[in-house]
Design a protein around this ligand. Structure first.
Ligand code: IMP
Length: 199
């Protein structure tokens, strides 16, 4: 079996997480940067699954390797799932500190601060005719302040208080986050699935 997989992302945080979980199983994970590729198809689906498949199919059409792609985001209950599939793009050009502060302000008068990180990871292996999606979630809530001393993480992690870890993701070690994060959970299912494929 070809043990090389392309992870269709340029996000350093996500690439590190996926490598940490699949390389111990003997996989070589190549990023888009490694292959000088980019997703050019607009991510215009209204679901994580739709956007995840767009990325996987775009990159699979440009290389010969199996592809993993993820589309993920933060869903806030009291905001009807916002920012959801728009997590990366709303308030474009602004820092995550600014976006995180806006989210805190939007929730100021709302008693329900519950939120979830959600990801859908697609594994696409055109040679074997496999396209399979894996869902991962982590439940928590939006903190009332931005973590002033984040030690790890990225994006919304300084305001995402995880119920599993009982602290914000920005205070978790990479190992702690991988063990329960949305992506960690989905990747574990990807790993289980990959281990069932014959060489
Ligand atoms: P994507 O790269 O199109 O999937 O966009 C994901 C968006 O959700 C980006 O804005 C990320 O910052 C955010 N996001 C997804 N997973 C995480 C995470 O584990 N921590 C922090 N932000 C995340």
């Amino acid at each position: 079996m070809n043990k090389t997989i392309v992870f269709a992302s340029t996000n350093e945080g996500k690439i590190r997480e996926v490598k940490e979980m699949l390389e111990p199983m003997g996989y070589t994970i190549l990023s888009l940067k490694d292959l000088n590729l980019e997703v050019t198809h607009p991510e215009d689906a209204e679901t994580f699954e739709g956007n995840s498949k767009i990325k996987a199919e775009d990159i699979a059409s440009k290389c010969d390797y199996p592809v993993l792609s993820d589309d993920s985001g933060l869903m806030i209950d009291a905001l009807d799932g916002f920012p959801g599939v728009h997590s990366a793009r709303w308030m474009e050009g602004h820092s995550y500190d600014e976006k995180n502060q806006v989210l805190i302000d939007m929730l100021k008068d709302k008693p329900n601060k519950k939120a979830s990180y959600v990801t859908v990871i697609t594994y696409l292996d055109k040679k074997r005719g496999i396209e399979k999606c894996f869902l991962g979630t982590n439940n928590g809530e939006i903190a009332s302040t931005i973590d002033p001393n984040p030690i790890n993480g990225f994006g919304y992690d300084p305001v995402f208080y995880s119920y599993d870890l009982k602290k914000t993701f920005s205070q978790a070690t990479p190992e702690e986050k991988d063990a329960c994060s949305h992506r960690g959970r989905a990747i574990k299912d990807v790993a289980k699935f990959l281990s069932t494929l014959e060489d």
